[in-house]
Ligand binder design. Structure first.
Ligand code: 6R9
Length: 661
């Protein structure tokens, strides 16, 4: 990206918070001023939400940037904060987790029961020789044991590394080796799309390549047959037999809590390291503020997988530290039917729903009539995370799920940031469809040009964070240099510009006329068309605003005349025929629609109608693979794809499609 990013779309709709919600909101407008007045005092106050065994001496040590230390000298136990203290406060009978298996089996786990399970697991880990500072790999389906395993590690000071149950042998083995993990916690399998899907064979192969692994702890979930080695121990024969008494020891605020690998676009995955006190402070505060959690009455549901940072921060640590009651669901949204989510919202009377744009667009594609069959009146706040949410999808979510009553919080953050950074506050912000709006209190985000100068309202550029925040990553596991190079050497002191350390998030963004922030996707994805930097997000949103389009992914393909030309991959809504004349007609119509919405510069050279798009497990579109297809190259690494067959289909379609004009 050269100087700026074109600002092509504009949005005038605005939705103020419902009055009653605003009046009773956990966080009000004053929080912004308070934090701006004294940022460190503000975060110190939020840290007081937690129970500390020893109070910190210093809020932030930033004497060796970009290596931050928060709540220096403080000590606490994360599991104690997420579990024990709620039981001690007399809330042991409160439901922590309403778990729903994909086949329809259920478990209800109270805070007292969670304490028992976490204590037993902590005792078992200790028996297996795992101690403070050791690393444990967790490779589990969405079952309560996933949360229990994470909390048990945290309780004894072991650092967990959760790997998506569904990643390959290679992906698991590389992550085990990088973290030098001692133990793997896994299951025989989990249920996906109506059948048991095995996990253990992948672990067996990965462990065979992993000399550091001493033991494998196996949860029996599906009952399917498993091969057995002398490293394997059943969870029900160890954890469930262990003593339920365990006293949590406090750990230093900077004790490593977890490593989570994020693939980025190229190269070996980065092990993002998070620590204890600052992380828990920010995820606890943001979960309370952004979702306006009323622990006594709300039922919260985050549909993310535990293997994604969203599952870490907003299924495990944020909600549990706040004593929330939540729903946890094992399976896919279309099993047994496409109404599964709405049926669960209705069944558990979910009041706060946190999901991803990819799911919202899928629900749009499946049709309005499916949610229309359900009451959904328990809902009061809706959240979105993972990708920019197109204004069209935002409006659909508001109308069809929120029934025009519920504020939507579009939350921007990253594995690296640990917690939400940019989001509306549901009782304060008048939201605009598609915008993440403003940095949360205590957070300093900005959009800058090449020279790290703030762009004026109406301008576009790079999203940066100007001040350290409590849940920031501390480094890339074992690779401080890569940490510096990846995040801190593009702008500011690390780039030799002045002495301010500036974190570069890798995303493009713009400020609208009111200063609200609009995320424009990864800067690696920005297209350069006839000298204009155009974001994939804006063109995709223009496509999705056409009534025949459910989803779109856009890439810039090398073009002899324009440098790059826009190639769009489009999933039509249910009623559109993919083949033949209807397709050709739609093709022309869509190109004109984009041209009318954003201007002729953004008109796609070519539109491909496809049935699916390549996505990561957390639902992000892998544009780099589509670029390979658009430029007719052989495909790059597909190992993190949710469904690798998708790419074969798309490539086959591309070869037969007419190049247009
Ligand atoms: C939480 C999570 C981080 C990247 C991030 C950005 C994109 C996430 C977004 C969003 C626009 C939002 N992203 N939330 N873009 N609006 N509300 O997704 O972490 O998996 O590390 O991905 O996701 O591009 O840089 P992670």
């Amino acid at each position: 990206m050269s100087e700026t990013l074109a600002n092509l779309s504009s949005e005038s709709r605005q939705f103020p918070p419902p009055e009653a919600l605003a009046a009773a909101a956990n966080v009000k407008a004053e929080a912004y001023e308070e934090a701006a007045g004294d940022r460190l005092a503000f975060w110190a106050k939020q840290a007081d939400r937690l129970t500390w065994a020893k109070k910190w001496d210093q809020v932030l040590d930033w004497s060796n940037p970009p290596f931050a230390k928060w709540f220096v000298g403080g000590e606490l136990n994360i599991a104690y904060n997420c579990v024990d203290r709620h039981v001690e406060a007399g809330r042991g009978d409160k439901v922590a987790i309403h778990w729903e298996g994909e086949p329809g089996d259920t478990r209800t786990i109270t805070y007292a029961e969670l304490l028992k399970l976490v204590s037993q697991a902590a005792n078992t880990l200790t028996d297996l020789g795992v101690g403070a500072g050791d690393r444990v790999a967790i490779y589990l389906p969405m079952i309560p044991e996933a949360a229990v395993a994470m909390l048990a590690c945290a309780r004894i000071g072991a650092t967990h590394s959760v790997v998506f149950g569904g990643f390959s042998v290679e992906a698991l083995a590389t992550r085990i080796a990088d973290a030098d993990a001692k133990l793997v916690i896994t299951a025989d399998g989990g249920y996906r799309r109506g059948k048991p899907s095995a996990l253990k064979p992948t672990v067996d192969e990965a462990v065979a390549k992993s000399p550091s692994i001493e033991n494998v702890l196996v949860v029996r979930r599906t009952g399917q047959e498993v091969a057995w080695t002398d490293k394997d121990k059943w969870w029900h024969e160890t954890v469930e037999q262990a003593s339920p008494e365990h006293k949590a020891q406090p750990f230093d605020a900077e004790h490593p809590l977890f490593i989570l690998y994020t693939s980025g676009t190229t190269g070996k995955p980065k092990g993002i390291l998070h620590t204890t006190g600052g992380y828990l402070t920010q995820v606890s505060y943001t979960h309370d503020a952004v979702f306006d959690l009323k622990a006594d009455t709300d039922v919260y549901w985050c549909t993310a997988d535990i293997g994604w940072v969203t599952g870490h921060s907003y299924i495990v640590y944020g909600p549990l530290s706040n004593g929330a009651t939540q729903v946890m669901y094992e399976g896919t949204p279309d099993t047994p039917g496409r109404d599964r989510f709405w049926q669960l919202v209705d069944k558990y009377k979910v009041s706060i729903l946190y999901t991803a744009p990819t799911l919202i667009r899928t629900m749009m594609k499946w049709g309005d009539d499916i949610p229309a069959g359900y009451d959904l009146s328990s809902l009061r706040i809706l959240g979105s995370v993972g990708e920019p949410i197109n204004p069209e999808a935002w409006m659909w979510y508001r109308k069809n799920i929120g029934r025009d009553r519920c504020p939507i919080v579009d939350t921007w953050w990253q594995t690296e940031t640990g917690g939400v950074m940019i989001s509306p506050l549901p009782g304060v912000t008048a939201t605009k469809p598609g915008s993440a709006m403003t940095p949360l209190p205590g957070i300093t985000a900005d959009v800058v040009d090449d020279q790290a100068q703030s762009v004026p309202n109406g301008g576009g550029g790079f999203l940066v964070l100007r001040d350290p925040w409590p849940s920031m990553l501390r480094t890339i596991w074992g690779d401080d240099k890569r940490f510096l190079d990846t995040y801190w050497s593009r702008f500011g002191a690390g780039a030799g510009q002045g002495d301010e350390w500036i974190y570069f998030a890798g995303d493009g963004a713009k400020k609208d006329e009111d200063g609200a922030l609009w995320l424009l996707g990864r800067v690696d994805d920005v297209m350069l068309v006839s000298g204009h930097n155009i974001s994939t997000t804006e063109v995709e949103s223009a496509l999705v605003s056409h009534p025949s389009v459910a989803e779109a992914a856009v890439v810039g393909a090398t073009d002899p005349t324009t440098g790059q030309a826009i190639v769009a991959f489009v999933i039509p809504r249910g009623n559109v025929d993919i083949e033949g004349d209807v397709g050709d007609q739609l093709n022309a119509e869509l190109r004109n629609h984009v041209s009318k919405t954003l201007g002729p510069i953004a008109k796609p050279r070519q539109i491909m109608l496809v049935a699916e798009l390549p996505k990561t497990r957390s639902g992000k579109i892998m544009r780099r693979l589509l670029k390979d297809v658009a430029e007719r190259r052989s495909l790059g690494d597909v190992t993190t794809l949710q469904d690798s067959a998708v790419m074969d289909l798309i490539s086959a379609g591309m070869k037969t499609s007419k190049s247009e004009d």
